[in-house]
Design a protein around this ligand. Structure first.
Ligand SMILES: Cc1cc2nc3c(=O)[nH]c(=O)nc-3n(C[C@H](O)[C@H](O)[C@H](O)COP(=O)(O)OP(=O)(O)OC[C@H]3O[C@@H](n4cnc5c(N)ncnc54)[C@H](O)[C@@H]3O)c2cc1C
Length: 425
């Protein structure tokens, strides 16, 4: 059936990057009825295996987009239990048993690959509204021409669109085009050893029962005491994912390497790990001994500094490209997801190409202050001793992060914008 002059026309939207946030943006925008094309440089063969915290606000946004939660193989995170590095019990750090009642959704843990796979399903399935998005793998984007809203691929091809969305991560190419220059992402002096271990490997060791067998179930945090120099910044977070079959370990520490001189993510050895944590209690060292020989990586953690702008004409950025944060708040993906929901809700079917620049101004206005606050807090809650753990101790802060309803907020912004447009006519 041919469309009439009055029928609302979908926008052609190009997304650069098919990480968690790029895929989430594709789902949110297809739900509005737009035609979405995603260009991703990788072929997904090296998908990162690691766990990811999905706090209540993140899970709520995922469900609203059409996520089938069981496909994430989630594990509930009912608490953070803290322990000192010498093995003494430090007790319950935070109790999350009321999160579902308070925020509408619980806090769960999942494997990144499972989240990615579920988002991929949502991008292409016919079970949710809007046309399926198209994913182009192995397509590196070299540049973005902001004035004519197009991208240049490494193949030499140029793709034009009504809107270009940069979801290309912390080293974003699209961000450089939006800002007109490259941004220096400063070293934070913090890095994390990161690995996964099969839960079954823990079974022969009753001294490890505290990880997934002891109640209440949830994440365990092992902190080194203050005042030991290098030991100041060692915090190990351990939790189960993939339905309890895998244990994710992230050991955050002060990084004494010259971070500017080494790659951002490098493999390391089990011996290096054991050496680094040589003063830890044997029950923790037992866990380190079970780490896979090949599969431990050291990740530098960096924060994107506040940027002058996220938008220019009909090009915008979101996710890590705009506001990568430290994992202390567990909000990296969640904030990118909120960006995706906000952007799509501001661009309902019927939005004209000429409306886009004003909608992007509204998008930046509502997302930039919140994500800059969270990124700054994520850094300070690592770097400032008095602030460590305050996020979960402060009900006000928790409510501000997890009680925030991005959809309600964006509807308010959209209705203000519509009133403003009417009064201009
Ligand atoms: C150690 C660690 C632990 C973390 N833990 C958590 C957590 O528990 N909870 C949480 O919410 N967040 C966590 N995060 C943060 C979270 O992983 C990120 O915020 C999130 O994955 C960012 O997604 P993204 O899609 O914006 O970027 P990315 O995942 O970086 O995806 C960018 C994509 O763009 C592609 N790309 C890049 N350049 C180009 C180009 N020129 N052309 C085409 N494609 C391109 C890349 O290949 C990639 O697929 C953690 C991060 C780290 C480092």
């Amino acid at each position: 059936m041919s469309s009439t002059a009055e029928s609302p026309q979908p926008l052609k939207i190009v997304i650069v990057g098919a990480g968690l946030v790029g895929l989430a943006a594709a789902v949110a925008l297809r739900r509005e009825g737009h035609h979405v094309e995603i260009y991703e440089s990788s072929t997904f063969k090296t998908e990162l295996g690691a766990g990811l915290a999905i706090p209540s606000n993140t899970l709520r946004s995922l469900i609203e987009l059409g996520c089938i939660v069981t496909n994430l193989n989630p594990v509930e995170n009912l608490c953070f239990t803290s322990m000192a590095h010498d093995g003494s019990e430090a007790g319950l750090k935070s109790d999350h048993t009321d999160y579902e009642a308070r925020y509408g959704t619980p806090w769960v843990m999942a494997h990144r690959v499972d989240i990615h796979a579920e988002l991929l399903r949502m991008v292409t399935t016919s079970d949710i509204p809007g046309p399926a998005a198209t994913l182009h793998l192995g397509q590196r984007v070299l540049a973005c021409n902001v004035s004519n809203c197009s991208i240049a691929l490494a193949t030499g091809e140029t793709i034009s669109a009504d809107l270009v969305v940069g979801a290309d991560g912390i080293r974003s190419t699209i961000r450089a085009a939006v800002l007109g220059e490259d941004v220096h992402i400063p070293a934070s002096g913090t890095a994390g050893f990161r690995w996964l271990v099969d839960s079954a490997a823990l079974d022969p060791y009753p001294e490890l029962d505290w990880i997934v067998k002891a109640r209440p179930l949830g994440a365990r945090v092992i902190s080194a005491p203050m005042g030991l120099g290098l030991a100041d910044h060692r915090t190990i977070v351990i939790y189960a994912c993939r339905g309890g079959d895998l244990i994710n370990v992230l050991a955050v520490h002060e990084d004494k390497r010259d971070q500017g001189a080494v790659p951002w993510n490098v493999p390391t050895t089990r011996d290096a790990l054991l050496d680094f944590f040589s003063d830890y209690h044997p029950r923790f060292r037992r866990l380190f001994e079970l780490a896979p020989v090949d599969g431990i990586h050291v990740w530098q953690m960096r924060v994107v500094p506040p940027l002058a702008n996220w938008i220019r004409d009909r090009v915008c950025i979101l996710g890590d490209a705009a506001h990568a944060s430290l994992p202390t708040m567990g909000q990296g993906f969640g904030q990118g997801l909120e960006d995706a929901v906000a952007l799509a809700t501001l661009l309902p079917l019927g939005t004209r190409r000429t409306d886009i620049p004003a909608r992007l101004v509204a998008y930046e206005g509502m997302r930039k202050p919140r994500t800059e606050w969270i990124a700054r807090e994520s850094y300070e809650q690592q770097a400032v001793a008095e602030k460590r753990g305050i996020y979960l101790r402060s009900i006000e802060m928790r409510d501000a992060v997890m009680g925030y309803n991005v959809r309600e907020e964006v509807k308010r912004v959209l209705s203000e914008l519509t009133e403003l447009t009417k009064s201009d006519c």
